[in-house]
Ligand binder design. Sequence first.
Ligand SMILES: NC(=O)c1ccc[n+]([C@@H]2O[C@H](COP(=O)([O-])OP(=O)(O)OC[C@H]3O[C@@H](n4cnc5c(N)ncnc54)[C@H](OP(=O)(O)O)[C@@H]3O)[C@@H](O)[C@H]2O)c1
Length: 360
Amino acid sequence: MFRSLPSVAWELSSVISGREWVREGEREQGLVREEMETKMGEQRRVCVTGAGGFVASWLVKLLLSKGYFVHGTVRDPSDEKNGHLKKIVHASERLNLFKADMLDYDAVAAAIAGCEGVFHVASPVPSGKAPNPEDEVIKPAVDGTLNVLKACSQAKISRVVYVSSVVAVSMNPSWTSRHILDENCWSDKEYCRATENWYCLSKTMGESEAFEYAKKHGLDLLSVCPSMVLGPLLQSKVNSSSLFLINILNGNRESIENKIYNFVDVRDIADALLLVYEKPEAAGRYICSAHPCKISELIETLRSLYPGYKYPKNIIDVEWGGPDFSLEKLKKLGWKYRNLKESLVDSIESYEEAGLLVRG
Ligand SMILES: NC(=O)c1ccc[n+]([C@@H]2O[C@H](COP(=O)([O-])OP(=O)(O)OC[C@H]3O[C@@H](n4cnc5c(N)ncnc54)[C@H](OP(=O)(O)O)[C@@H]3O)[C@@H](O)[C@H]2O)c1
């Protein structure tokens, strides 16, 4: 049974301070404090898979700022693209990087051993069509997730938080403009396959198989399903969802359909992941999406803030804009989020600083 971390910390401190009444003396008190800190550290040790990615980097930053010890998995610890992790405050004391491809069970198990909780974030997020989707997208997402969960069972992990996506909720021909999609809605795997939406298929299969595994093996599993993620970059390698906004600003899209996109800030996702991890009453899936916004409105807002960029010239009207998601479940747990303008400004300032934008 999962217990809230503050209560574990309180229990430990009360047991140890009880001993302090018996053993007087500064040296002993120092030793007791050290023992308590070590035990609390052990209790608050978590693993984050795919630590160098956009979402995971912000999660690592948040966890370190809250005092957690973090085991971060990366495929290549010596690659420059993971260099930003070492610069996060407290990384030198509390972040250990482990080399692990999600398809390598032993490497995954080594990273998870000794942790209390696991955040499984790693998954391929292709920015275009993958030539070999089965091997490049589906297998790492599905077999990789099962490897993580098996290692969690073996290591007796208290709680696992899986990062899924709203694409595991919304890709279903049964949903119409009348539906407000909530956590009971699932994408249709056959529909994803038939329409060759491999990423959507990988997330739907990854999440549904994860819940099947957790039920069968008594693992406490939660999932968070974010919509399109924006926000400042910590990492140097540009990820797919940031590229969406960068392409709009750089004039790489001559025309664009006037669909509704649902946006959420990367820092608010990190908050949501920690919230569901720490709240004992959290259970099941959580949709994490803050701002439904028509592309025409997005471009209008961007143009008013940053008139100097080459925005798409043609905005093509479409019959149905896109799905509407319910936020109630995550909000009830206490989740709060930034406004869209703040996310856009912080994203664009970060792209400008990284030299990713070309003024028109
Ligand atoms: N960004 C969004 O709009 C969005 C929306 C909903 C859900 N999500 C989910 O959020 C998670 C993170 O996405 P992101 O936007 O942060 O993308 P990202 O920056 O591309 O991060 C993906 C991470 O997964 C790792 N990875 C991929 N295949 C792997 C494998 N076989 N073994 C080990 N690591 C592997 C990548 O490692 P390498 O650097 O070594 O390739 C990278 O660190 C994903 O699960 C994604 O589905 C993202």
